[in-house]
Design a protein around this ligand. Structure first.
Ligand SMILES: *[C@@H]1O[C@H](CO)[C@@H](O)[C@H](O)[C@H]1NC(C)=O
Ligand SMILES: *[C@@H]1O[C@H](CO)[C@@H](O)[C@H](O)[C@H]1NC(C)=O
Length: 817
């Protein structure tokens, strides 16, 4: 204790950064206004508005003086928390999250309940409760709730201040242009206990058992640093108070008595922190009442609202992601599937701010393209990293701890999953992404919007380059929407089919008239049940999507005739721009082995993605009645399928390969067995009758190559680089790639007649079981789902929780592809 105390006294106070400006914006759907839209925090609520109210939760134990130095706030893998997980989460209603903070011996539950009403997005209630994990050990914690208002408006503490702290409810009132008038009230559970005795207790008795507070004036753009202001306030005060105890003979007071907020507010404060000190079990509530809704919320709102929320969640979950019969003896897998789906949705964030773009950067082998592009600008290079205008984005996030921001190629997968739960929410998110497509048709693959997002990214990865692409997955969200529309249209005329209701094959399905169809009753299906709305939406995204597609074809084109390559189509060859000697970050498969960089390379995965992009654009064009475009996308798709065989199939190696340029300056296949080699299969581009399907299935099922008991590995186990170097895409198992393989098998190769149909069916069953069982086993063992899995041991690797595309396991379980 003594040396900790000294360290605390010597801990330097931080310097805080300068403000940035931001602009007002839009939001349409009131049930999506509020959310846990700060997923980088353990618990952070905010509305989907650029400058508005931000809330957060901070805690530390008061058993020792060091804990405040690792106060919990932003999700951090270094915190040693044994799992934090929304067990149920519905983005329109709220949810329940459980955090096991073992180092602090406290299990915390955060409940969040939206209460609709009024004309400003409604009210909400939150409950934070805790209990010791090990009741035999002390569990003393201090929790700080904060709320801060950015932008126009103000917020006042209504409760009279007292320099020794407060008792009872604490009330605030506030107002802002978007939220209008509101109140916030923080209410203690009368059963809460505080530590009352201990070293020097009598000196601090006026403040013991009270709620402490502080008010701060925060400049625009700095609210995200609230934790720093708040902990500094506590530390600064404690440093003064602890001064007399420097002498070791005095003995230090208990930290519960001294690590307290200053109980002062500044005039014009726009950030308020409320601190509670607990000994053992505790609970407190926070109520946000929107004046126009006229709500009077109290603890009964949560007592009744949370069970109702869980019940509606569970009903919707069991129709949307039904547990297959083969897993019915394992009820815990249902909770697992609920948790990963909930965490994907609880990981949706709202981001707003500037980003960094460099319009001049190009690698040597990409410089020819640059010269073309620069002509428009009068030949001069417009180099250097610049800040863009602020943009907004509602997006799911791959990992709350490690990647708490938007990623382009992950998002297509996220939206498949989210769209299955709440169609309209997936469209809201997609719309924000489409809005980011610039005049050229480009979207940055990583969306690092604003200072808070940038604070989590190393400087060398912050800059985005407008010649760089990423796998075009967003159209998956659109075709999935169209499939739901078509299914609904069939349903409303003939009654639902089993597939439309998401039931297992072979079950007896009752025929409902459309009025009792669960689809029509669910709030997130307005765009499905209203065909006009659907067409308007699709038309509004069609033009930017097409611009985006044209950007890909124009900027990622590869060379065919220059190397005397023979192919049916003279145009359909593709090359990722922006690769380095060792990495093709743009492909998403960063360190996967490739040939040497050259302007003459052709990349198999990219031409496959372009085939997929053309096919999905054809479907979308067809659905919105763009006949000419439909035909032209179809022609490109056909040309691509031909060229995949002509350019990328190596008869000698019996596999698909990249194409490079060898030392004699001749075109040559570059073959590395792994995910890359099976791309035309992964994206269902090969017809089931293709003679190349057999060799692909052989490679997939061969334990010396891609097959492992835990899923398909990224690089063949026999490859010389298997498991080498940073080993990111050189062996580990990725769940979204396994999802693609399962989808291809389920929807195409096991479903359609062909010479390999039976084989495909067997592989499908085995692979599905391997993937599901291992991700579930690792979740049970570690409390997390992971970014990737070791292909030798099956163990989870790298970022966690990774409830982005690893959550696809819920779709795999329910066979929703
Ligand atoms: C906000 O939404 C309205 C209605 O949907 C739309 O007309 C308007 O263009 C949107 N504004 C912005 C800034 O996106
Ligand atoms: C806080 O607000 C509640 C509800 O409006 C009211 O009953 C209570 O008296 C207020 N408490 C204080 C300390 O202002």
């Amino acid at each position: 204790m003594r040396s900790q105390l000294l360290e605390l006294l010597l801990w330097p106070l931080l310097l805080l950064a300068v403000p940035v400006l931001s602009l007002p914006s839009n939001n349409s759907d009131p049930s999506l206004l509020w959310g846990a839209y700060r997923p980088n925090l353990y618990f952070g609520l905010r509305p989907r508005l650029p400058q508005s109210l931000m809330t957060g939760l901070i805690w530390f134990n008061t058993i020792d003086y060091m804990s405040i130095r690792s106060a919990r706030h932003a999700c951090d893998q270094g915190d040693g928390i044994e799992g934090y997980s929304w067990t149920e989460f519905d983005p329109r209603k709220g949810g329940v999250q459980v955090l096991k903070d073992t180092p602090n011996n406290v299990k915390i539950t955060t409940e969040f309940l939206k209460v609709p009403g009024g004309s400003n997005g409604g009210s909400w209630a939150a409950r934070i409760r805790g209990e010791p994990i090990n009741p035999a050990m002390p569990s003393r914690t201090s929790f700080i709730w904060y709320h801060g208002l950015e932008g126009l408006g103000g917020i006042d503490m209504e409760t009279d201040e007292d320099e020794n702290g407060l008792e009872g409810d604490i009330n605030f009132s506030g107002s802002s242009p978007d939220l209008d008038d509101f109140t916030i009230r923080i209410v203690d559970d009368p059963k809460n206990q505080a530590l009352t005795s201990g070293p020097h207790a009598h000196i601090f008795e006026d403040r013991i058992g009270k709620t402490h507070f502080a008010g701060f004036r925060i400049a625009p753009g700095q609210m995200w640093q609230a934790k720093d202001w708040i902990t500094q306030n506590i530390l600064k005060r404690a440093q003064g108070i602890l001064e007399p105890y420097r002498d070791p003979s005095a003995g230090a007071p208990d930290p519960s008595f001294t690590l307290q907020l200053s109980d002062e507010t500044l005039t014009g404060s726009n950030l308020f922190a409320i601190q509670k000190m607990f000994d053992g079990e505790f609970s407190f509530d926070v109520f946000f009442e929107s004046a126009s809704a006229g709500h009077k919320l109290d603890s009964s709102t949560l007592d009744e609202g949370i069970p109702a929320l869980l019940s509606s969640f569970n009903t919707h979950f069991s129709t949307t992601f039904p547990l297959p019969a083969s897993y019915s003896s394992l009820p815990t897998i249902q909770s697992f599937s609920k948790a990963i789906t909930s965490n994907l949705m609880g990981g949706i964030g709202y981001f707003y701010g500037t980003s960094i773009v460099d319009r001049g950067f190009a690698y040597e082998w990409d410089q020819d393209d640059e010269a073309d592009d620069d002509e428009e600008e009068g030949g001069g290079k417009v180099g250097g990293a610049r800040l863009t205008e602020p943009r907004e984005l509602l997006s799911a996030t791959p990992s709350r701890s490690f990647f708490p921001r938007g990623f382009y190629w992950d998002e297509g997968f996220h939206l498949l999953h989210i769209g299955a739960w709440d169609n309209d929410l997936s469209l809201e998110i997609l719309k924000d992404w489409i809005n980011l497509i610039d005049e050229d048709g480009w979207v940055a693959r990583e969306q690092i919007l604003g200072e808070e997002a940038r604070s989590r990214v190393p400087a060398e990865f912050q800059t985005q380059i407008p010649t760089n692409a990423n796998p075009p997955t967003l159209t998956m969200a659109v075709t999935a929407f169209i499939a739901r529309l078509k299914a609904f249209q069939r349903t409303s005329s003939t009654g639902p089919s089993d597939a439309e209701l998401g039931m297992d094959h072979g079950m007896q399905i009752p025929i409902h008239p459309p009025s009792s169809d669960p689809l029509s009753q669910f709030a997130g299906n307005e765009y499905i049940t209203n065909p006009e709305l659907a067409q308007t939406y699709l038309r509004s995204i069609y033009t930017p999507l097409k611009r985006h597609y044209d950007w890909f074809r124009r900027t990622q084109r590869g060379q065919i005739k220059q190397y005397g390559r023979r192919a049916r189509s003279r145009t359909e060859g593709y090359r990722w721009r922006g690769r380095s000697q060792t990495h093709v970050l743009t492909s998403g498969m960063d360190d996967y082995p490739r040939g040497s960089p050259s302007a003459g390379e052709l990349h198999l995965d990219l031409i496959s993605w372009m085939g997929f992009f053309s096919r999905t654009m054809r479907e979308i064009a067809g659905f919105v009645g763009e006949r000419e475009d439909e035909v032209s996308f179809g022609e490109i798709e056909k040309a691509i399928l031909g060229n995949i065989d002509d350019l990328h199939w190596s008869e000698e190696n019996q596999m698909y390969c990249d194409v490079g340029v060898n030392d004699e300056d001749e075109s040559a296949h570059v073959c590395h067995k792994g995910y890359l080699s099976i791309f035309p299969f992964l994206l269902s581009l090969l017809p089931p009758s293709s003679p190349h399907l057999g060799p692909i299935l052989d490679m997939v099922r061969d334990p010396d190559h891609l097959w492992s008991p835990y899923g398909l590995r990224s690089l063949s186990a026999s490859h010389p680089e298997f498991g080498q170097g940073e080993n990111y895409w050189k062996g580990p198992i990725w769940i979204q790639m396994n999802y693609l393989a399962l989808k291809a098998l389920h929807d195409t190769y096991a479903a359609e007649p062909g010479p390999y149909q039976e084989r495909a069916r067997e592989i499908y069953e085995e692979l599905r079981k391997n993937v599901v069982d291992n991700v579930f086993k690792e979740y049970t063992r570690t409390g997390y789902v992971w970014e990737q899995y070791d292909s030798i041991t099956g163990e989870g690797r790298r970022s966690h929780p990774f409830t982005g595309w690893t959550s696809l396991v819920s779709l795999i379980l329910a066979e929703k592809y």
